[in-house]
Structures are given as structure tokens and as C-alpha cells.
Design a protein around this ligand. Structure first.
Ligand code: UDH
Ligand code: NGS
Length: 298
């Protein structure tokens, strides 16, 4: 049996009184992505925030974290761009999210789950299942499945898990802060471990762009009968870092067929069929860096 992580403490009467609460939230934030300034800004953020981190985890001070507030932010990732544009997006993401979540004052870690460059198509959903698997093993109990290019515009957009899973990124500048369609479930979702296991996680079978998020919606709403819940449209707004769609992530020609048959494979395709190889794992100051082989078979 692995040793309990040091931040898991027994509940006592004293700790109940010292539950962590957000500190100094400011509301709406000015977000802008000037790509020529990203590394400079990232360094500024690093100097100001590194003291709050240990082993790639943010630890709140002088309080106890409530259950479902040990938050793992799982980012599906592969950067095959010549100018390392996805990596720059990730640095902007950290530049904005770290101070926001520091003020929200919880225990959190960002997991950057890298798909090894072995010629396989990108598989966002499988990377997210793997991030869940690793982070749950590390003791986290609240999971944000989070695209790298979305940044909250308001720090009152509280990152936490309720019993019902929630779609966080319904209101994005790119879509004029309107839902492009009612059942959209892409971008960012938040699940407790119980809820994610109940739906068997994502399908592992979506190789290439599209459909895996709609499949997750079918499992969550159609299969497990959760209500489709989104936090406040006024507060939960996101800015997307603009970019071209990468040629290395072509639309998946099988996605519509797979999606139509979602309830024929959800029972045996997901967390319970997840196979992968962990190639490398390092704790950086602000995140946990994981590289995995997805075992792609043509
Ligand atoms: N991602 C990578 N590398 C890739 C592709 C995707 O890291 O090569 C990650 C990244 O976290 C990104 C997420 O997967 O935020 C989703 O990628 P996406 O390209 O599906 O979505 P995004 O919102 O772009 O970045 C939407 C482009 C619309 C393309 C329409 C195709 N018909
Ligand atoms: C749907 C895709 C989703 C995608 C959404 C928004 O059509 O995966 O568009 O895409 N579903 C299928 O292809 C079956 S976006 O405009 O953000 O690129 O998330």
C-alpha cells in the first residue's frame, strides 16, 4: 500500500474550523494574449508565485482543504507546431490561471499530459482518461478536463466539483459568449471521481479531431441521467487564445458513426479498458509533466 500523500490530513474538530476559503478575489480581469510577451510574462508570474508550490502542487496556507477541492486540472497536450505555439499557449494559460487559483486558495495541480510523437493521430479523450488515472492515484478528488487555450475572464469563476458534473466553458469569446449548440460539452468539464467512474470516463476510440466531447455528453446526460449543468453565464466566461487548427490533428472521419453508437461501446470502452505506457513523469514548479504512449493500433 503506497504511503498517504503528506497533504492528506485526518479531520479533527480544529481542522473543520479552518476550511480554506477564497482570498482577495477581484472579479472581472483584463486578459490579453500578446504572443511576443508570453515568456516575459511567464517569468514574472513564476517569480511571484513559486513560493506557494511544492512538487508541482499549489498548497494553501493555514487552512484545511475540504473534500472535492483537491483539484487536478488535466490538460491534453501535444505540440508539433514549428513555432511551439501550443507550448506558448500553455505558458499563457499558467500565467493567468495560477494567480486566479492561488486566490481561490485550494490544493490544486495542473497535469500536462503529453502524447508521445509516434505518428499516431491526436487523442484528446484518452489523454484525459490517463490524466484522471494518474491524478486520482496521487490523491486528487476533483478533476477539471481542460483545453490549454481557455482562460477564465473572472476570478469569481470558482473551480470546484459538485456531485453533478458541470460543463464550464459554455461561454467563450470565440462564440460571442453564446452556446454554439445546447448540448456542447467540449473545452472544460468538471467531475468528481465518483461521477467520472460512473460514466466509465471518456471513450478511448476517438483518434483525430471531434466528437469525443459529444460522446462524453451522451454518457453523462443520456447514460447516467445527470442534468446538463453549467455555472453562471455572466461569471463563467472564457477567452480563447486564437490559433489555426493544426494540420497534425485532422477531423476524425469515424466520429459521427462512433458518436451515433455511443451506447453500444460506453460499457466497455473507457476507464475500464484504458491501456497506455507512462514514458516519463516530472514535477515542474507549476505543473506535473507526464508523457505517455497511447498504444495506437491502426
Ligand atoms: N491539443 C494539443 N495539440 C494538438 C491538438 C490539440 O495540445 O495538436 C489540445 C489542446 O489542449 C487543445 C485541445 O487539445 O486546447 C483541443 O484541441 P482542438 O484543436 O480540438 O480545439 P481548439 O479549441 O481548436 O484548440 C478548435 C479548432 C477548430 C477546428 C475545426 C476543424 N474542423
Ligand atoms: C462539433 C464537434 C465537437 C466540437 C464542436 C465545436 O461538431 O467535437 O463541434 O467545435 N462534434 C463532432 O464533430 C461530432 S469548435 O467549433 O470548437 O471547433 O467540440
Amino acid at each position: 500500500i503506497p504511503a498517504e500523500p503528506s497533504w492528506i490530513k485526518e479531520e479533527t474538530e480544529e481542522t473543520e474550523e479552518k476550511i480554506c476559503t477564497p482570498k482577495d478575489l477581484v472579479g472581472a480581469l483584463a486578459i490579453n494574449f500578446d504572443m511576443s510577451k508570453v515568456e516575459e510574462r511567464y517569468k514574472e508570474m513564476a517569480v511571484e508565485n513559486q513560493e506557494y508550490f511544492e512538487n508541482g502542487e499549489h498548497l494553501p496556507k493555514d487552512c484545511e482543504v475540504a473534500p472535492k477541492k483537491n483539484i487536478a486540472i488535466i490538460i491534453p497536450f501535444r505540440d508539433m507546431t514549428a513555432d511551439l505555439f501550443r507550448t506558448k499557449q500553455f505558458h499563457y494559460f499558467l500565467y493567468y490561471i495560477v494567480p486566479i487559483l492561488h486566490r481561490q486558495n485550494n490544493h490544486f495541480a495542473v497535469y500536462l499530459v503529453n502524447q508521445a510523437n509516434d505518428g499516431s493521430p491526436f487523442n484528446r479523450a484518452k489523454l484525459l482518461n490517463i490524466g484522471f488515472d494518474v491524478a486520482k492515484d496521487d490523491g486528487f478528488d476533483c478533476f477539471f478536463f481542460h483545453d490549454v487555450d481557455l482562460v477564465p475572464e473572472n476570478d469569481k469563476n470558482i473551480y470546484e466539483c459538485l456531485d453533478t458534473p458541470r460543463h464550464y466553458s459554455g461561454y467563450i469569446d470565440k462564440f460571442n459568449y453564446k452556446l454554439p449548440y445546447n448540448t456542447i460539452f467540449g473545452g472544460i468539464t468538471a467531475f468528481t471521481a465518483e461521477a467520472f467512474e460512473k460514466i466509465n470516463g471518456y471513450s478511448n476510440e476517438y483518434w483525430g479531431w471531434g466528437g469525443e466531447d459529444d460522446d462524453l455528453e451522451r454518457r453523462t446526460i443520456g447514460g447516467a441521467k445527470y442534468k446538463l449543468v453549467r455555472p453562471s453565464p455572466q461569471i463563467t466566461r472564457y477567452k480563447m487564445i486564437k490559433h489555426d487548427h493544426e494540420t497534425s490533428n485532422k477531423p476524425n472521419p469515424n466520429r459521427v458513426k462512433l458518436l451515433k453508437a455511443w451506447n453500444k461501446h460506453n460499457q466497455f470502452d473507457g476507464l475500464n479498458s484504458l491501456n497506455y505506457e507512462l514514458i516519463e513523469r516530472n514535477n515542474e514548479v507549476f505543473y506535473k509533466n507526464i508523457t505517455v504512449d497511447l498504444k495506437y493500433e491502426e
